[in-house]
Design a protein around this ligand. Structure first.
Ligand code: APR
Ligand code: PHB
Length: 409
């Protein structure tokens, strides 16, 4: 007989989505068990992006998770766009009434969340094998898994599918229920983590005929840099010298000098846009990468996951408080409105900044015209800025107020 236990919400996956949801529900006195396939070391070592929207920073701070972020995170009020050897600063804070982004690695966010979970004493099960979700149509869904060689059974009221793109939750939804929207880009990112102080005050996004490049950072002493490569390429073809050579060429600009340093990590990330809709099937609610993927150019992946679970935690809190299902019924539509806004912004940034080997010369000139416009038009730069720093968490397509300039005063 499997060892059986009961909880209110079974959370599958201990990435930012699952861990933050567990934290927010714990603060509401709602029982959860987090079931994670990998080890704690693996989860805390995974290198991902590191730009937090203003809203994400506020959610983490409000949830009592902001101490280290506020101490070690870098506040940025703008970005640099670079092409044709010229640099253009986009003063995002000025254009958005003072909103900023925080440079703080997703790896650090996950470490803070794991620590908070362990300190809370609420269950967090690492190295769970063969995780299966059953009975989504029944009153009481069941999550089964194997831990330390023992079959386990977790009975619950609801299941939160926070197990990422390659998880088991989305595929456990019967065929025909989900609509899938996808775009795969004909390029990828080779990223390096380098033990050298950043050569820039704020992020540099560069479009160059040799390909895209990004100069980001993790701290005043650690840089994070990316170059566009072929999707089928292999890190073995990219010795450190070649990576630095490409970065020098693509980031070249008068008065700019790129400092090199020891490469600590190197990996290639495919570029894809993906949305599964709806984000709920009966007692299963998908959040984060389990439901949607964006290319990293707009730095939206982590922020979308945080937005999803913030909406989900509110919906679950009212459901467990007074049985109201309104929040749960509206969950998918509320999140998808924001997801599609971020999908468009990420696609727009990606196609504007990456020379597309499959595109014709006309397409290349269109992207350049877009880049020129963003760097010259306050209206276009403001649009980039408000999407980049993050729209208000309760953003929805319905305009909050008339859009006329006079109405805006
Ligand atoms: N059973 C249990 N856990 C699983 C399973 C499974 N079958 N499959 C995957 N997982 C775990 C993964 O090991 C991972 O820890 O689910 C977690 C999913 O975490 P993420 O992939 O980080 O997804 P999410 O929490 O939605 O965060 C989205 O991560 O990939 C970045 O760019 C993305 O920044 C975004 C963020
Ligand atoms: C990162 O720091 O890893 C990073 C920053 C901005 C992006 C993507 C990745 O758009």
């Amino acid at each position: 007989m499997p060892c059986s236990e009961r909880t209110q919400v079974a959370i599958i996956g201990a990435g930012p989505a699952g861990l933050l949801l567990g934290h927010l529900l714990h603060r509401q006195g709602i029982d959860t068990v987090i079931v994670e396939a990998r080890s704690r070391e693996y989860v805390e070592a995974r290198i991902r992006a590191g730009i937090l929207e203003q809203g994400t920073r506020e959610v983490l701070a409000e949830a009592g998770l902001g101490d280290r972020m506020e101490r070690e995170g870098l506040l940025h009020g703008g970005i640099h766009l670079r092409f044709d050897g010229r640099n253009h600063h986009i003063p995002m804070s000025e254009l958005t009434g003072g909103r900023q982004v925080t440079v703080y690695g997703q790896t650090e966010v996950v470490k803070d969340l794991v620590l908070a979970r362990i300190e809370s004493g609420a269950p967090l099960r690492f190295e769970c094998a063969d995780v299966r979700v059953h009975g989504l149509d029944a009153d009481e869904p069941v999550v089964r898994y194997v831990l330390d060689g023992e079959e386990r059974e977790l009975r619950c009221e609801l299941v939160a599918g926070c197990d990422g793109f390659h998880g088991v939750c989305r595929p456990s939804i019967p065929a025909g229920v989900l609509s899938i929207f996808e775009r795969v880009y004909p390029y990828a990112w080779l990223g390096i983590l380098a033990d050298v102080a950043p050569s820039t005050d704020e992020l540099i996004y560069a479009r160059h005929e040799r390909g895209f490049a990004l100069h980001s950072m993790r701290s005043p002493s650690i840089s994070r840099l990316y170059v566009q490569v072929d999707p089928g390429d292999d890190v073995g073809h990219w010795p450190d010298e070649r990576v630095w050579e490409e970065l020098h060429l693509r980031l070249a600009c008068e008065g700019f000098a790129l400092e090199e340093g020891p490469v600590l990590e190197k990996s290639i990330t495919p570029m894809r846009s993906f949305v599964a809709s709806p984000m709920r099937y009966r007692s299963l609610l998908l959040a984060g990468d389990a439901a949607h993927i964006v290319p990293p150019t707009g730095a939206k992946g982590l922020n979308l996951a945080v937005a999803d679970v913030t909406v989900l935690a509110l919906a679950l809190a009212s459901y467990f408080a007074d049985g109201s299902a309104t929040g749960l019924d509206e969950y998918s539509d509320r999140c998808l409105a924001r997801v599609w806004r971020a999908q468009h912004f990420s696609w727009w940034m990606t196609t504007m900044l990456h020379p597309d080997p499959s595109d014709d010369a006309y397409g290349g000139e269109l992207a350049r015209a877009q880049l020129e416009y963003v760097c010259r038009s306050e209206a276009a730069a403001t649009s980039l800025a408000e999407n980049y720093v993050g729209l208000a968490l309760e953003w929805s397509p319905q305009p909050a107020a008339p859009l006329t300039r006079s109405a805006r005063g």
